[in-house]
Write a protein of this length. Structure first.
Length: 345
């Protein structure tokens, strides 16, 4: 009787531990859980549901409310992998290092079968002036690393008005990735006619900031474009020109469209794992890549009370974020449905 009691306690403790670590289904059965779609947002605002919308909330509410949850032991954060019906989501955190480490950690977890997975990077981004308006959703065809090469301070250049980025071809193998053209073509054709929304405040902001330029005041739409990934949240005319030059030097197929902090690192991770051909990157634009209304970096980022120069409506923070997130959700939801139906194979 005593031995039976010990056995019961041991089995109960082992079962509880397996449940807490999220591995009971796999460890006990020896069967890996197949994942067809892996969504990789970068951050959430507050809670995962029921409050302000970040990059993950709409997808959680649509796909993962009663999903299985797993802790990824080798991830750089304690965030959760949500899994339901072959679709998974993990918030990989912001920046190139975090996103690479956490993408690798998820895809190397042997509880799951990622052999046929489509990896979809999702999130917000800065939009390139003259091409992207706020609320646009961009199907990424190439990703460029903004930080690789040489960057100079304009004050040390012989001509302070010249380029502040200098190409170094020794790093070209790491400085650009091209996503699977056939796949991005299919994704774009599938989503290009989806109706996207804006807001009155955002339209007024863009009209005023860019003097009613057609690209700024048009309705948001789905575009193709190149993204420029950087570990710093840059802004401004010189950096905009740097990004344009990089896209030209690296011979990217589509124009510079978005600035963000993760997509090339996720792509390089997938390339290392032999999965780059299944990579889809979708970004929605929530701010501009240049300063407007005479706002300087010191005024925007230096916490200077300089309200005499601008009103609240002039700041980069319009009310576009939740609407842009919904725009992106419409596009990505369409892509997920197509994957489930085998339309992207």
């Amino acid at each position: 009787m005593k031995n039976l009691k010990k056995l019961f306690i041991s089995v109960t403790v082992l079962s509880l531990f397996s449940h807490l670590c999220g591995c009971s289904k796999v460890k006990n059965s020896g069967i890996k859980i197949p994942i067809k779609v892996l969504l990789l947002p970068k951050f959430e605002i507050g809670e995962i549901t029921g409050d302000e919308i970040g990059e993950a909330q709409l997808f959680y509410e649509a796909y993962f409310k009663d999903a299985d949850q797993y802790t990824i032991p080798s991830a750089s954060s304690d965030k959760t992998l949500y899994v339901k019906d072959g679709i998974a989501m993990f918030i990989v955190d912001m920046g190139k290092a975090n996103s690479a480490i956490n993408t690798m950690a998820v895809l190397n977890d042997d509880r799951f079968d990622f052999s046929d997975v489509y990896v979809i990077s999702i999130g917000c981004a800065g939009g390139a002036r003259d091409y992207v308006t706020l609320g646009d959703v961009v199907v990424i065809s190439s990703a460029v690393d903004y930080d690789i090469g040489h960057h100079a301070d304009a004050r040390e250049l012989s001509d302070p008005e010249s380029m502040t980025w200098f190409h170094n071809q020794n790093f070209d193998g790491l400085s650009k990735i091209t996503l699977n053209k056939d796949l991005t073509d299919k994704v774009y054709e599938l989503t290009k006619d989806i109706k996207l929304d804006s807001t009155e405040r955002t339209r007024n902001f863009l009209s005023k900031a860019f003097d009613d330029a057609e690209w700024a005041i048009r309705d948001p739409k789905v575009l193709r474009g190149t993204t420029v990934t950087s570990d710093n949240y840059w802004k401004g005319e010189y950096n905009h020109l740097n990004a344009l030059k990089m896209v030209e030097v690296y011979e990217c197929a589509d124009p510079f469209a978005t600035s963000e902090m993760e997509d090339i690192s996720i792509g390089l991770t997938l390339k290392h794992l032999g999965k780059l051909d299944r990579y889809i990157a979708i970004r929605t634009c929530v701010n501009n890549d240049v300063f407007v209304f005479g706002i300087t970096p010191e005024r925007l980022w230096g916490n200077i009370d300089d309200s005499k120069y601008y009103s609240d409506e002039d700041l980069e923070s319009t009310d576009i974020l939740p609407v842009a997130m919904m725009n992106e959700f419409k596009v990505v939801d369409t892509i997920i449905s197509a994957i489930k139906e085998g339309k992207l194979n």
